[in-house]
Design a binder for this molecule. Structure first.
Ligand code: MIC
Ligand code: SF4
Length: 666
């Protein structure tokens, strides 16, 4: 059977009207603090809400502490504990205590471990259409599902937003993704975003927002929309957003938060920088194949591949609807004896809902292993697949080694594809199911149980935790070195394209060292080149600079600022790359590392690992403009790199990083 074509990309010429009339620009305009809403220009926007999670949160709060403020200054700050919930050793437990105590002291809402994954819970309890949200997690744009302009950033940027400092960002291009039609049975939101990824890929989409429009939007629930916005991150966009409509209103009412509803839609005459049209009725089940979310194929092309493991959950696909659908597919069947099925509900609320309607029982009867409502397998801290095993997962990232098994073959699929494949033991197209679609009951919450949040109190001294707790794993906030007149040193590593922050700073079993920079730094590029940190330390200790050379799309994936802080600690002073992803570029600037991009691709080809490079008159070259002259001492030639940074980033590089720059101005 030939598969219908479902998407077309059309480029439009930009007109002045688009700025006023898209959802993105309406929200940006309401929040504009500095600059003009001209695409490509540097602007600053007021941030209403912030979120952190524990893996990035400890550092973000150490940085916030170093600003010396009594309380957070933004409307709402929420600290979630959802990533490091595996407590082998004292480190994670100590970090949780630190997070609880700092939240209490600074006026931050704490979501306790067990309450669920930050993005799922934030949509449920705090997301408000039309507001801005900055989160120290790259999947913060999940909030776009409820009509928020939600952006992922490094911990320091979030710390500053909590201090009331406007967030600086490049005014984005807005790409319209126009949806028509309605999804067919057993095709879902995950298949939509995988179709988007198939077209846009994982690089080349920096400084864009994907804005969803069209008659098909109304057929998608808020959690479907959240799934789509969540994985827009994999394309590298600044954010993704849906309008706020009657579906949003119903969702908020179902969460007991009808008062937070506000209608936001693009005007009829809104114009965009590009258009991608998707007829939902032509969407087919899709899968992202190893080892990139952009390596997308149709499930039908993969059918029959033997599977060792199936995992349903993560911030992408762990809503009530996702779990209900998967459980109905599993009903009355037992998972194949050659594989293991795990299910992690996205929140405590989802977990409690599925206990009421038979969903949980259907999972248990099918032989599924019920996992904690947390990131768990997605961040590689549990459920690693067997060697070379095929793992089918509903999460958003399948970078090599992220699962904890270096040669694990991770495929990203919808809950429907995951569930049917768990029964057959091989990759199976769910549309081959010979039955009608199941009606998903609409959950209506009378009394949402907020008891696993700890809300700020007037007088923190009256509570149990006195002062701020610091275990031995918690270090001090990082200190950036002063900028030198001359940088001279070795290329310590030469990398190819699409190096992710998981390559730079592994998570999984190393995640518990997030609060201990000297120790965590010893694992930089661990899986790529195990002697990297040792070489860097030797060079650093004899006063030499370390340089990283990389191909296109360096630093894609996670927002973890540790991928900049730890290299900085090891003496890395500049990254020379073909291109650098948005959040990582900002993190490099925040920690005083020069983010340089090649003007000529041939210069990338010419450099070899261990070449000695020299940059003279560094401060004056940074001040002078966007070109930096570099000498390759080993090969005796000079070449030009671009320093493509905003005026504020230029300032912070001159100060040796953002922390140094900001302290004096608060
Ligand atoms: C991820 O999915 O990679 C993470 C773990 O959520 C990260 C944050 C982190 O590294 O702590 C992210 O997406 O930003
Ligand atoms: Fe957690 Fe995975 Fe979502 Fe990151 S992508 S927030 S690790 S569930």
């Amino acid at each position: 059977m030939s598969v219908p074509q479902c998407g077309t990309l059309v480029c439009l010429r930009r007109s002045e009207r688009y700025m006023r009339n898209t959802v993105t620009y309406k929200i940006l305009k309401e929040h504009l603090a500095e600059g003009n809403l001209e695409k490509g220009q540097s602007i600053s926007i007021k941030i209403d809400q912030t979120l952190t999670q524990d893996a990035t949160g400890t550092m973000a709060y150490l940085e916030f502490e170093s600003l010396g403020l009594d309380k957070v200054r933004n409307e709402l700050a929420v600290s979630y504990i959802d990533h490091n919930t595996v407590q082998v050793g004292f480190e994670n437990a100590d970090d949780h205590k630190y997070l609880q105590s700092i939240a209490l002291s600074k006026g931050i809402v704490l979501s306790r471990p067990g309450n669920g994954i930050c993005h799922q819970v934030h949509i449920e309890r705090f997301g408000v259409p039309g507001k801005t949200l900055l989160g120290s997690d790259s999947h913060t744009p999940t909030g776009g599902g409820i009509g928020m302009l939600a952006i992922g950033a490094g911990g320091l940027d979030v710390a500053l937003a909590m201090a009331g400092v406007p967030y600086s960002v490049v005014c984005p291009e807005v790409i319209e993704i126009r949806l028509t039609g309605k999804l067919r049975s057993f095709c879902s939101a995950k298949d939509v975003i995988l179709t988007v990824l198939e077209h846009f890929g994982v690089k080349g989409n920096v400084n864009k927002v994907f804005e969803y429009t069209g008659s098909g939007v109304a057929s998608l629930s808020v959690t479907d929309r959240a799934t789509i916005c969540n994985m827009g991150t994999e394309c590298g966009v600044t954010s993704s957003i849906f309008p706020s409509d009657s579906v949003t209103e119903k969702y908020l009412i179902s969460q007991g938060r009808g008062k937070d509803f506000r209608l936001i839609a693009a005007d009829e005459n809104a114009e965009y920088d590009g258009l991608f049209e998707i007829d939902l009725s032509k969407i087919v089940p899709m899968a992202a194949c190893p080892h990139s979310p952009g390596n997308v194929k149709k499930v039908s092309e993969l059918a029959g591949l033997k599977v060792s493991q199936v995992l349903i959950g993560s911030c992408t696909n762990s809503s009530y609807t996702d779990l209900y659908m998967a459980s109905k597919i599993l009903e009355g069947k037992t998972v194949s004896e050659n594989l293991s099925l795990g299910v992690a509900p996205g929140s405590r609320h989802v977990l409690s809902e599925i206990t009421k309607d038979g969903t949980l029982l259907r999972f248990i009867k099918s032989g599924a292993r019920i996992l904690e409502s947390a990131c768990g397998f997605c961040i590689g801290n549990s459920c690693s697949p067997p060697s070379n095993g095929v793992s089918l997962r509903t999460n958003n990232r399948n970078f090599e080694g992220r699962s904890g098994t270096k040669d694990g073959q991770v495929y990203l699929v919808s809950p429907e594809t995951a569930a049917i494949s768990a029964v057959t033991g091989v990759i199976t197209d769910p549309t081959s199911l010979a039955c009608d679609e199941f009606e998903v009951p609409v959950a209506s919450i009378k009394n949402y149980d907020d008891s696993m949040f700890i809300f700020p109190v007037e007088n923190p001294a009256q509570t149990d935790i006195e002062g701020i707790f610091r275990g031995p794993n918690i270090g001090n906030p990082p200190v950036c070195p002063e900028l030198s007149e001359k940088l001279c040193g070795n290329v310590v590593i030469k990398l190819g394209d699409k190096v992710t922050t998981d390559h730079i700073m592994p998570a999984g079993q190393r995640l518990k060292y997030r609060s201990n920079i000297p120790l965590y730094s010893t694992f930089v590029f661990e899986g790529v080149d195990s002697s990297f940190s040792k070489r860097c330390i030797e060079n650093r200790d004899c006063g030499k600079a370390n340089f990283i050379v990389a191909g296109a799309s360096y630093g894609q994936g996670s927002s973890r600022e540790h991928a900049a802080i730890c290299p900085m600690f090891l003496g890395v002073r500049a990254v020379f790359a073909v291109s650098i992803e948005r959040i990582h570029q900002a993190n490099l600037c925040n920690f005083g590392i020069l983010p340089l991009t090649f003007k000529n691709l041939s210069d990338y080809e010419k450099i070899d690992s261990s070449d000695i490079l020299e940059i003279s008159d560094v401060p004056s070259q940074i001040k002078a403009g966007s070109s930096i002259t570099v000498n390759n001492i080993s090969k005796n030639y000079a070449f030009e790199m671009s320093l493509d940074v905003s005026p504020m980033q230029r300032e912070m590089l001159l100060c040796g990083g953002r922390l140094n720059q900001i302290k004096s101005s608060l």
